[in-house]
Design a binder for this molecule. Structure first.
Ligand code: C2E
Ligand code: CA
Ligand code: CA
Ligand code: CA
Length: 278
């Protein structure tokens, strides 16, 4: 038993060692990634359920990491949040997305909205956020920009959130409450906040197929959101059944593999262009 234990200990330290090395490497790689222009954005179309037309898209970050290939956000965003590097990344994303709005507009694709994700760190760093928004709003048109903030991040510090949202709204940006239905999910705190849209999390959309009660809850969320003047988008829609359910309960918009996966900017512009021509 002792021998076996020793052997396992060696394996354990091996793996731990590798883990630490990897983390140190990740931290170092992240530090230079923005400067070296290694990030890019994909755009996932968002659909209006009344017309079945594309109304815009959500920008989703990818990292073309040297010697590693394309990394998806869940493999680096949490570490970037820990190291603080996320502030630079969020700033890059926001600027990039605003530039894309500009570009679409110059192509004659004026009516499309672009959503971008901002992390809790940026939201809670009020001075940083204010400076960023005020600098960018001199140059860019915010009126087609949606800032996606997760429900969890928003309720962490309501007073801070109120001020952060005000900063964005003053610049004419809009607010989408992301991942609704996974966390606290009470609409009561939303009353005092100027939110334009709520995005129902995929896990909740998945559950309406299986559970009639969840569909009723979704129906109530949609009705209440509408009464509060907010639009509702269903996330992660993958099947025709889910689409039927969300139309039935009155969701306004949808996003998911059933319609489109996240697309390269070239593909995204192409399908917007095709829709405009038809
Ligand atoms: P999210 O904001 O909830 O984004 C939706 C995620 O679900 C995206 O994953 C998208 O590709 C995926 N998705 C969309 N439709 C479907 C579907 O029908 N089925 C399935 N299985 N998945 C679907 P992605 O791009 O890997 O992003 C993951 C998360 O990383 C995002 O979740 C968001 O929280 C974060 N993230 C993405 N881009 C950014 C960014 O630019 N900045 C920050 N701070 N966070 C980002
Ligand atoms: Ca999002
Ligand atoms: Ca989401
Ligand atoms: Ca999510």
């Amino acid at each position: 038993a002792k021998k076996f234990g020793k052997k396992r200990t060696v394996v354990y330290f091996d793996e731990l060692d590798k883990g630490v090395k990897e983390l140190v490497e990740l931290e170092e790689d992240l530090k230079v990634a923005v400067k070296n222009n290694e990030f890019f954005l994909l755009y996932q179309p968002q659909i209006d359920l009344k017309t079945m037309e594309i109304i815009g898209g959500e920008a989703l970050i990818r990292w073309n990491r040297p010697r590693h290939g394309i990394e998806t956000p869940l493999s680096f965003i949490p570490y970037a949040e820990e190291t603080g590097e996320i502030l630079k990344i969020d700033s890059w994303v926001i600027k990039q997305a605003l530039m894309e709005i500009d570009k679409l507009s110059s192509l004659g694709l004026d009516d499309f909205k672009i959503s971008m994700n901002i992390s809790g760190n940026t939201l809670n760093n009020l001075d940083y956020l204010r400076k960023l928004i005020s600098e960018l709003s001199i140059i860019y048109d915010f009126s087609k920009a949606y800032f996606e903030i997760t429900e969890t991040n928003l309720i962490e510090d309501l007073e801070n959130s109120r001020e952060a949202l005000e900063t964005i709204k003053k610049a004419k940006g809009r607010i989408a409450l992301d991942d609704f239905g996974v966390g606290y999910s009470s609409l009561s705190y939303l009353k005092g906040l100027d939110i334009d849209m709520i995005k129902i999390d995929k896990s909740f959309i998945d559950s309406i197929d299986l559970n009639m009660q969840n569909k009723k809850i979704l129906s109530m969320i949609v009705n209440l959101s509408h009464e509060l003047g907010m639009k509702v988008l269903a996330e992660g829609v993958e099947t025709k059944e889910q689409l039927n359910h969300i139309i039935e309960v009155g969701c306004d918009y949808a996003q998911g593999y059933y319609f489109y996966k996240p697309l390269s900017v070239e593909e995204f512009e192409k399908i917007l262009w095709e829709q405009l021509k038809n």
